[in-house]
Design a protein around this ligand. Structure first.
Ligand code: SAM
Length: 268
């Protein structure tokens, strides 16, 4: 397979990655045949997946706007993915042209492409780091030069933590991030679940087990527990399309079919 310029040498082009599959679901072009085959198989299990991914991006936009409306002007977007329509800095800049964003991902394609896109942007940084190493990630020089951690930050973990298995204790990881953030900081999470769609969710977990990013589905209580140390923002942890929809008619008849929960919390 020919390697395009945005695909760094170290990546295994034959092993599907969550970032490139997600890019495919959203109609992007930074993916390879194995990513597309895995994504197609996933759509075979849950035909609404592209709509779920668009709903997830819509939640991200709503959460960013909520943060700006709450006076938060800095964003730490972990598991930011391959840039696509409506990236965090674009949504934020529509309201505050000097909003600051640190994008973080482990996927080399996501990092390389984000850096190429943002090379001349003084208010953003792209960090290659793993969410499972909070202290190392938060100590990054570029991140520290971009974000002032003594002031509130919106920590975005959108469609990320289902890629962190129980052995890495995501609740403990979030707690460690929370400790480093100033009061008034926000935490936005969306997360895959099998609640309401158990058989499809189990099949999806088996499929992702053969990718670079195995999945862990969590129940509503398990997702709510990730907000330890944060006060829930209304309406709490709900099925993804139900989190403060822009228009009532945007809410699908069966939101549980989106296989995801979403919520936002505020550090007191
Ligand atoms: N947050 C974006 C969104 O919701 O539109 C992208 C979500 S995409 C489904 C998940 C991203 O998480 C991928 O880009 C993947 O590379 C990244 N990811 C997975 N495990 C990670 C880890 N341990 N640390 C940092 N990023 C990770």
């Amino acid at each position: 397979m020919e390697r395009p310029s945005w695909a760094p040498e170290q990546i295994d082009l034959d092993l599907p990655s969550a970032a490139r599959m997600y890019d495919y679901f959203l109609g992007g072009s930074h993916n390879f045949a194995p990513d597309r085959a895995a994504a197609q198989a996933a759509i075979g299990i849950i035909p609404e997946l592209p709509a779920v991914m668009r709903a997830n991006r819509a939640f991200l936009r709503r959460a960013v706007r909520f943060a700006l409306d709450s006076g938060v002007r800095q964003f730490l977007d972990i598991g930011s993915g391959i840039p696509t329509v409506g990236n965090v800095h674009e949504v934020a800049r529509a309201i505050d042209p000097q909003a600051r964003v640190a994008y973080v991902d482990t996927d080399p394609v996501a990092v390389t492409h984000s850096r190429a896109l943002l090379a001349d942007d003084p208010y953003t940084v792209v960090v290659e780091a793993d969410v499972r190493e909070p202290e190392r990630l938060l100590a990054d020089d570029g991140l520290r030069a971009t974000l002032d951690l003594d002031r509130p930050v919106a920590l975005l973990m959108v469609a990320l933590l289902h890629f962190v298995g129980p052995a890495d204790d995501p609740a403990d990881l979030v707690r460690r991030y929370g400790r480093a953030l100033a009061p008034g900081s926000l935490l936005a999470i969306s997360h895959g679940t099998g609640d309401g769609r158990t058989a499809e969710s189990d099949a999806m977990l088996r499929l992702y087990a053969d990718t670079a990013n195995p999945l862990t589905a969590r129940t509503r209580d398990e997702v709510a527990a990730l907000f330890d140390g944060f006060e829930p923002v209304e309406p709490g942890v709900v099925f993804l399309p139900l989190w403060r929809p822009d228009e009532a008619d945007e809410v699908p008849a069966r939101p549980e079919r989106f296989c995801s929960y979403a919520g936002v919390g505020r550090k007191p």
